[in-house]
Design a protein around this ligand. Structure first.
Ligand code: KG4
Ligand code: ZN
Length: 342
C-alpha cells in the first residue's frame, strides 16, 4: 500500500511517499525558516504563499525520488489540522484535487497523530499501548495511546508550548528564529547550577504544564546579569535544564498513573539531546523503553503524514474521495477515532 503524504500545517512544506511493504520511499522538505526569520515568528500569509509555490514541484520531485508514478499510489494523505488555516488549505486543496483526478482515497490526518506515530518509522518500532510526550512549537501534551486512533489526553501546556518557550528564550538571548536548536547548542557551553530557574507546576499534582512563567524568569535573569557569552550560555543551560527536568518529572508521573513502561517522544523538541539523555536515564531506571523518530522526522515532515495515512488506509475499507475541501484548524487529538469508525 503506497501513500503520498502532504504536510503544510505551519512553515514547512513536507512531501513523502510511504509504502507499507518497502518503507519510506522519499521524503522532501521545503523549509520556510529563512522567510520568517526576520519576523521572529511564522507570518501566516507568507507561509500559505510559499506552500502554494512549493507543493506541486515537491510532489513531482517526491514521485521521481521514489521512482514511482501516480499510478502506483493507493491513497493520498494530508494534514487536515490543527494548524494555520491558510497553510492547511493549500495542502488540503491540492490533496483533494489530486485524489479526485487520480480516483484515489483521500485521508485527512491529524498533525499530532502524525508526530506520535513517527517513531514507528524506526526499527525497533514501539508497540501499542504507550505513553506519548508530544513536544513541538505549538503543543506540549502527554497522551495515553491505546491503539491507532484511541488517544486520551492526560495533560497539556496551559500557555506556551515547550518549543515556543525555547524559541522565545532564544530570542531573549539574541539567537535567531526558530531558536530551539541554537539555544541547545549554546547551552552546551553553559555551566550548571549558576542560575536556578523554577520547574513550573511540578510541586502540585497533575500532568499539565506551564512555561510562560519560566520565560519571564529568564527575562529577569537576563536583565540583572552581565551580557558576556559565558553568562548567556549559563542562562541557556539553566533554561534547558528547567524545561527538561519539568518534562521528565511529568513523564514519570504519567507512566506511573497509566501503568505503562513504553514512552514515545515526538515533535520538534524531541530532537533535544539533553531531553533524550534524561528520558533515557528515566526509562533505564524503570526498566522500560523510550522511542524517538530519527532527527529529521522530529520536526514537521511529510513522512509522518504518509505513514499515518498508509496505516489508516490499510486498516479501513477504501472509500472514494468526497467532494469538498476539509480542514480543522483547531482539532483536539482526543477526537480521533480508530480506522473505519463511523
Ligand atoms: O514539530 P515542529 O517542527 O513544529 C510544530 O509542529 O510546532 O517543532 C518546532 C519546534 C520549534 O519550537 C523549535 O525551536 C523546536 O521545535 N526545536 C528544538 C530543537 N530542535 C527544534 N527545541 C529544543 N531543542 C532542539 N534541539
Ligand atoms: Zn509539528
Amino acid at each position: 500500500m503506497c501513500v503520498l503524504g502532504l504536510e503544510t500545517s505551519c512553515d514547512d512544506t513536507g512531501i513523502a511517499i510511504y509504502d507499507t511493504q518497502r518503507g519510506l520511499l522519499s521524503n522532501l522538505i521545503a523549509s520556510q525558516a529563512a522567510i520568517h526569520a526576520d519576523y521572529g515568528g511564522v507570518v501566516p500569509e507568507l507561509a500559505s504563499r510559499d506552500h502554494s509555490r512549493q507543493v506541486l514541484p515537491l510532489i513531482q520531485a517526491a514521485l521521481q525520488a521514489a521512482g514511482c508514478s501516480a499510478a502506483a499510489l493507493h491513497g493520498i494523505a494530508y494534514t487536515a489540522g490543527p494548524g494555520l488555516a491558510g497553510a492547511l488549505l493549500v495542502g488540503a486543496s491540492i490533496a483533494t484535487a489530486l485524489a479526485f483526478a487520480w480516483q484515489l482515497p483521500l485521508l485527512s490526518i491529524h498533525h499530532l497523530e502524525g508526530h506520535l506515530l513517527a517513531p514507528m518509522l524506526e526499527s525497533p518500532a514501539p508497540e501499542f499501548p504507550f505513553l506519548a510526550l508530544l513536544v513541538s512549537g505549538g503543543h506540549t501534551q502527554l497522551v495515553q495511546v491505546t491503539q491507532l486512533g484511541v488517544y486520551q489526553l492526560l495533560g497539556e501546556s496551559l500557555d506556551d508550548a515547550a518549543g515556543e518557550a525555547f524559541d522565545k528564550t532564544a530570542q531573549l538571548l539574541g539567537l535567531g528564529y526558530p531558536g530551539g536548536a541554537q539555544l541547545a547548542q549554546l547551552a552546551l557551553q553553559g555551566r550548571p547550577h549558576r542560575f536556578q530557574l523554577p520547574r513550573p507546576m511540578t510541586d502540585r499534582p497533575g500532568l499539565d504544564f506551564s512555561f510562560s512563567g519560566l520565560k519571564t524568569a529568564v527575562a529577569t535573569t537576563i536583565r540583572t546579569a552581565d551580557n558576556s557569552q559565558q553568562t548567556r550560555a549559563d542562562i541557556a543551560q539553566a533554561f534547558q535544564s528547567a524545561v527538561v527536568e519539568t518534562l521528565v518529572i511529568k513523564c514519570r508521573r504519567a507512566l506511573e498513573q497509566c501503568g505503562l513502561n513504553r514512552l514515545v517522544v515526538s515533535g520538534g523538541v524531541s530532537a533535544n539531546q539533553a531531553l533524550r539523555e534524561q528520558l533515557a536515564h528515566l526509562m533505564q531506571q524503570r526498566g522500560g523503553q523510550v522511542f524517538y523518530p530519527r532527527l529529521d522526522l522530529c520536526t514537521d515532515n511529510g513522512a509522518m503524514i504518509a505513514y499515518a495515512g498508509a496505516v489508516r488506509l490499510r486498516a479501513q475499507k477504501p472509500s472514494p474521495a468526497a467532494m469538498g475541501i476539509t480542514i480543522y484548524p483547531r482539532w483536539p487529538l482526543a477526537e480521533q477515532h480508530p480506522p473505519g469508525y463511523e
